[in-house]
Ligand binder design. Structure first.
Ligand SMILES: Nc1ncnc2c1ncn2[C@@H]1O[C@H](COP(=O)(O)OP(=O)(O)OP(=O)(O)O)[C@@H](O)[C@H]1O
Ligand SMILES: O=P(O)(O)OC[C@H]1O[C@H](OP(=O)(O)OP(=O)(O)O)[C@H](O)[C@@H]1O
Length: 219
């Protein structure tokens, strides 16, 4: 009797939005045959039997949550999201896509006052509080969900912690960068249990993507 080696389906959590197209392009360059409906569909679960994969399309900030809980075996998440969410996932590969950086910014008139806790507006409260704690600075964090650059202009906060890419949003809103905090790129993350149970598929996927990232295969 011949024993058939069956490969289990790998569930991949993909971030919708900015990172999505670049992540899809990377997978295609690694020769994963992704269906054309990927780009056009509003579906949140897309099966690719030829690739042996099921894709779930999540909000970028939620990708590590799906991977931590094991409903996705692997996923693609920004380093910003990983630092903010601190989920129990393995970060195994820097995909070097969607580059940007995290920065502290303020109006040019910002004047640090030693006796008052500075107000920091951000979409990244954990990342920001860790950063300022490490700097030995006491701050009050104000969590916002977007349009962060608005906060200093209307007097809600005196500084912001936010992502900078082209610098256009800071510039057009009259803000200046005070400190560069850390560079950000998207990472390939893996559920620790999946890493043991589906090591064959996951190792192969990491190798194939890594070859594209490092060597520019197919680019
Ligand atoms: N200029 C940028 N602004 C924000 N995120 C960026 C930028 N450039 C790259 N990124 C990456 O893209 C991710 C965010 O993607 P996107 O803006 O689509 O999601 P989002 O923050 O959930 O947006 P929204 O809340 O507007 O839907 C970040 O986690 C970061 O790693
Ligand atoms: O340096 P830039 O190229 O201008 O990019 C940075 C801007 O892009 C992001 O905002 P996004 O467009 O996601 O909108 P949001 O304010 O709703 O988060 C980020 O929060 C900055 O505001």
């Amino acid at each position: 009797m011949t024993k058939e080696i069956t490969r289990e389906i790998l569930t991949v959590a993909m971030p919708k939005g900015r990172i999505f197209d670049e992540a899809v392009a990377l997978l295609r360059r690694a020769n994963y045959p992704l269906p054309p409906e990927f780009e056009k569909s509003r579906k949140l679960i897309i099966d690719s039997p030829d690739a042996g994969m099921r894709f779930i399309l999540a909000k970028p900030m939620d990708v590590p949550t799906y991977v931590e809980h094991g409903v996705a075996d692997v996923g693609v998440a920004g380093k910003d999201v990983l630092l903010e969410e601190k989920r129990d996932v393995y970060e195994v590969l820097d995909l070097k896509i969607s580059p940007c950086y995290m920065a502290v910014a303020a109006l040019p008139t910002y004047n640090p006052k030693a006796d008052i806790a500075s107000k920091i507006a951000t979409k990244y409260p954990n990342l920001a509080s860790t950063y300022f704690r490490e700097q030995g600075e006491q701050v009050e964090i104000i969590k916002l969900n977007g349009s962060i650059e608005l906060a200093p202009i209307v007097g809600l906060a005196d500084r912001i912690v936010d992502i900078v890419s082209t610098g256009r949003t800071l510039k057009e809103n009259g803000l200046i960068e005070l400190e560069t905090m850390m560079p950000i790129t998207s990472r390939f993350v893996v559920n620790p249990v999946s890493y043991r149970m589906k090591s064959l598929q996951i190792d192969e996927m990491v190798e194939r993507i890594s070859a594209v990232v490092e060597g520019g295969e197919g680019s």
